[in-house]
Write a protein that binds this ligand. Structure first.
Ligand code: GLA
Length: 361
């Protein structure tokens, strides 16, 4: 859990923005809700010096000082690079400098690396003669190379693979040392893209677990392109998916409703449940879907999603997921216990909204 600069600041991000994010994550209570990583995405890179050591550009005058500042707040700091010669925004990537870069990151005090395929994809095409088997082998080798370089630093650094889910990365992400891997192309701050990405995650649950997670991309909550109900659906879906929760909004200008969505303790607890199981779809009837996620102590989280643009009534029978009687039902967004009518719970779910329940004994 944490924050990443890309979704709001994109190429404009500066040292001051990252410091402001660190300040706000503490002042808003987000740190105490679990948001710990403050991650700088693309466009921090400057030139390499004569010996090949990477330096930050003028937007980031002193990375070590920035890392010290973020650490002084009880937070961790992340950075971004590419196995290719250039990142997606055409800044310097780590190609041919993997060990050197890993060492530099460790010296700065970096705790998290997002490693984005970008221009390495072009290299793969060229050098493999468009042979997909060769290209795939190149890709795996590139990710493994940086994994080994990070290990060699002796500093624990979370390793986040970003290659948009190509070649079913969930099947081999752990083999190359990934702790988390993007399963999709980029999210954007609108309902149709968020829903397209989020609901496409059905079937991937078995690949996630402690230390190795599927990542359907960062949160857009609070960026302004969706309604409150849509952001609540976004957060509910990410919690059911045990997805990394990396806020992507401007934390220094956050509305109370954005903060409430990001920090609802009972919803965050579903995402972060120590059992470490990702949830999956149980049923879909037209635009309404029911998903569930196993939680510790035999409990289950159950999400009722309405993808339609009108309000829908959604019925859920706890017995369908193994709770016949003597169970407790709680609406986590409302923060209150609720009861079934007979053996059915019926929720009126707003357009593009979600209800998140916890069923426990
Ligand atoms: C890719 C990634 C994004 C972001 C940008 C930065 O598109 O998928 O998450 O890191 O690059 O250029």
């Amino acid at each position: 859990m944490g924050w990443n600069s890309w979704n709001h600041f994109a190429e404009k991000v500066t040292d001051a923005d990252v410091r402001a994010a660190a300040d706000a994550i503490v002042a808003s209570g987000m740190r105490d809700a679990g948001y710990i990583y403050v991650n700088i995405d693309d466009t921090w890179q400057g030139d390499r010096d004569a010996s090949g050591v990477i330096h930050a550009n003028s937007k980031f005058p002193d990375m070590k000082a920035l890392a010290d500042y973020v650490h002084s707040k009880g937070l961790k700091i992340g950075i971004y690079s590419s196995p290719g010669p250039q990142t997606c925004a055409r800044y310097a990537g780590s190609y041919g400098h993997e060990e050197q870069d890993a060492k530099t990151y460790a010296e700065w005090g970096i705790d998290y690396l997002k490693y984005d395929l970008c221009s390495f994809g072009e290299l793969m095409k060229k050098e493999s003669g468009r042979d997909p088997v060769k290209a795939f082998a190149m890709q795996k080798a590139a990710y493994e190379k940086m994994h080994k370089a990070l290990l060699a630093t002796g500093r624990p650094i979370v390793y986040s693979l970003c290659q948009y889910g190509w070649n079913n990365v969930w099947e081999w992400g752990t083999d190359v040392g990934g702790n988390v891997w993007r399963t999709t192309g980029d999210i954007s701050d609108n309902y149709s893209r968020m829903a397209e990405i989020g609901f496409s995650q059905a079937g991937l649950a078995k690949y996630a677990g402690p230390g190795h997670w599927n990542d359907p991309d960062m949160l857009e909550v609070g960026n302004g392109g969706m309604t409150e109900d849509e952001y609540r659906q976004h957060m509910t879906l990410w919690a059911i998916l045990a997805a990394p929760l990396l806020a992507g909004n401007d934390l220094s200008k956050m509305s109370p409703s954005t903060l409430a969505i990001l920090t609802n303790r009972e919803v965050v607890a579903v995402d972060q449940d120590p059992l470490g199981k990702q949830g999956d779809r149980v049923s879909a009837v037209g635009p309404t879907e029911i998903w569930s996620k196993p939680l510790s102590n035999g409990a289950q989280a159950v999400a009722l999603f309405n993808r339609a643009d009108t309000e829908k009534s959604i019925s859920f029978r706890p017995r369908d997921i193994g709770f016949a009687k003597g169970f407790k039902l709680r609406d986590l967004w409302l923060g209150k216990d609720v009861t079934t009518n007979g053996d059915t719970y019926i929720a009126i779910v707003p357009a593009h909204g979600a209800v998140l329940l916890k069923v426990s004994r």
